[in-house]
Design a protein around this ligand. Structure first.
Ligand code: NCD
Length: 302
């Protein structure tokens, strides 16, 4: 299997630290007029997106271009393609284009792992079903580390639709490897008790106040209606119980960071004024996505 990036679970601390350190080198580029480095000039990266994406796809594309590579995006969102035979057909088409790496998002958990077994090309997972979204966890870690010296000992509350969230899973793996205390919180149908067993240092509560108490970081998640066959609770009940509001912030540490991978649904999982508050680092996350993806692409192409 060509070495790509399929998940955080497979990485060790040293590998994660190396990626984050390299991403830090790339951060200042954002504010320069010439943002381009030609570190992997002439390489071709295919972005293969079977699911909707604004941030992730754009940021992989920008990252590739800043490194001097060519990036081509193929979107198949809204198509009825599914895992299996249809993927094999797509694979052969793609392989004929001789890309140097494929960045893939797919609604089926394990789809990029399947691709990686099939093609001798590095595959980067840009989100597979409810499984992992490794570059999101890396950019989240980078954003936290822009504000805190270490992840060790931080209390991180991850709140919302945990069971359907690949962002939650990748973050749980990463934060746990670095000794953070992760508290998962959400309504019972979206937070099965087994989730606490995913990694050491993970606990679970159904009470939002308890989750936020003393938190250094609050990470909010979107309710992933597209991954639910039927809504497990009435939408009107969600916000009063699990929507992050101004009054919650007083329970956390005064310097708490409010995070969200986006897209945010204002008034559904997060109050508008909280999303725009000084504690919110939501746009810093987006910005760091480019630096992190540059670090990942460079590492894989080397
Ligand atoms: C997330 C995703 O697609 O997993 N978005 C993202 O990549 N920033 C989260 C979501 O869709 O809610």
């Amino acid at each position: 299997m060509a070495r790509g990036l399929l998940g955080i679970e497979d990485l060790d601390r040293r590998e994660i630290e190396e990626i984050l350190a390299r991403a830090k080198d790339f951060q200042p580029l954002q504010n320069q007029s010439n943002k381009r480095l030609d570190l992997i000039r002439g390489r071709m990266i295919v972005n293969l997106f079977f699911e909707a994406s604004t941030r992730t796809r754009t940021s992989f594309e920008i990252a590739a271009k800043r490194l001097g590579a060519d990036a081509v995006s193929i979107t198949a969102s809204g198509s009825s393609l599914q895992k299996g035979e249809s993927l094999v057909d797509t694979l052969n088409t793609l392989a004929a284009m001789k890309p140097d790496a494929i960045v893939m998002r797919h609604s089926a958990s394990g789809a990029p792992h399947f691709l990686a077994r099939y093609l001798p090309i590095p595959i980067i997972n840009a989100g597979d079903g409810t499984h992992e979204h490794p570059t999101q966890a890396l950019l989240d870690a980078l954003t936290i580390l822009d504000h805190r010296k270490t992840l060790e000992g931080l209390r991180v509350a991850i709140i919302g639709d945990i069971v359907h969230s690949r962002v939650a899973r990748s973050n749980i793996y990463l934060l746990s490897k670095f000794g953070a205390d992760v508290v998962l919180c959400g309504p019972a149908p979206l937070l099965p008790a087994e989730m606490a067993k995913l990694a050491p240092g993970v606990s679970l509560t159904y009470d939002m106040q308890e989750a936020i108490q003393g938190a250094h970081v609050i990470m909010m998640l979107r309710v992933q209606l597209e991954r639910q066959n039927e809504s497990p609770f009435p939408a009107s009940d969600y916000y009063p119980f699990y929507g992050l509001r101004r009054e919650h912030l007083a329970l956390a540490r005064p310097d708490v960071l409010v995070m969200h991978p986006g897209p945010i649904n204002r008034g559904r999982e997060i109050a508008s004024d909280v999303a725009d508050s000084k504690q919110s680092v939501i746009l810093n996350q987006v910005e760091n996505g480019i630096a992190v993806r540059m670090a990942v692409l460079e590492r894989i192409m080397r």
